[in-house]
Design a protein around this ligand. Structure first.
Ligand code: ATP
Length: 237
């Protein structure tokens, strides 16, 4: 579905991504792990065209998107949920979803389906999104991204700062989403959140992917986990 080949990104004078190779297979949930500052967010922003790759190639669904504009990349079928939970605080949950619908109308059946795994959305449907808890805002942000069918969903650290109970309900929601035809690339530092959720996993360090394989292999191999997660996630174990 998505392939990055030797992708470099410079931010000002800094050489942040230094030849990222990443493959996101169609239909599954891929996880991108790595310590703070490894380059995970920069990778997502580069895929979305929010940073321009200074080298390498990004292919999405058979199309070269390396130099495409962000609106064109979104139109091609990629949705992005940034770490900052982009919701409009003053607007109600309904209005937040309505604004995210490019067709200009909400598909009631799809909204009901989304509310099936994010019940809080229905409960607070007519309340300003700014009044919701962090976890509920995260649900609104993800709902906005999938209010219309998208081929690929990029989600940056959805569990950051959330209470364990909310993390559990997010996990259940991602499990449901996995059963649809949406391909997901999830950036996480919480290995326990993704160890049973992910199909494939890539680990970044210093602007490169240093490991790529199946989540089953990583979750079942203590030595590999210690080496990779000790390398990259030591403060999160
Ligand atoms: N706008 C910017 N200007 C300069 N440097 C930046 C900018 N954005 C990111 N960086 C640097 O790029 C490197 C990678 O950052 P990035 O946010 O991609 O890492 P990350 O793996 O997502 O980390 P985290 O888990 O902390 O979000 C870091 O060293 C960071 O300081």
């Amino acid at each position: 579905m998505l392939t990055l080949t030797g992708v470099h990104t410079h931010i000002g004078q800094y050489h942040i991504l230094q030849g990222v190779d990443l493959v996101v297979p169609r239909g599954g949930l891929s996880v991108l792990l790595g310590r703070n500052g490894a380059g995970k967010t920069t990778t997502l922003r580069t895929i979305m065209g929010l940073w321009q790759a200074s080298g390498g190639k990004i292919t999405f669904d058979g199309q070269d998107i390396t130099k495409m504009s962000t609106p064109d990349i979104a139109r091609a079928g990629i949705a992005y949920v940034p770490e900052s939970m982009a919701v409009f605080s003053e607007l109600t949950v309904r209005e937040n979803l309505y604004l995210a619908a490019r067709s200009g109308a909400l598909d009631t059946a799809r909204v009901d389906w989304i509310c099936g795994f994010f019940p809080a959305l229905k409960k607070f449907w007519n309340y300003p999104a700014g009044n919701l808890s962090g976890g509920q805002k995260q649900m609104v942000a993800i709902a906005r991204a999938i209010v219309e069918p998208r081929k690929l969903l990029l989600v940056d650290e959805p569990t950051k700062g959330l209470a364990p109970a909310i993390v559990q309900s997010l996990m259940a929601a991602f499990r449901e989403l996995k059963d649809t035809d949406t391909t997901i690339l999830l950036v996480e530092q919480n290995f326990n959140f993704v160890r049973t959720l992910g199909d494939t996993v890539s680990v970044m360090d210093d602007g490169r992917v240093v490991h790529a394989g199946s989540m089953r292999e990583l979750a079942g191999d203590d030595e590999l986990q210690t080496r990779l997660l000790g390398l990259s996630l030591d403060s999160h174990q």
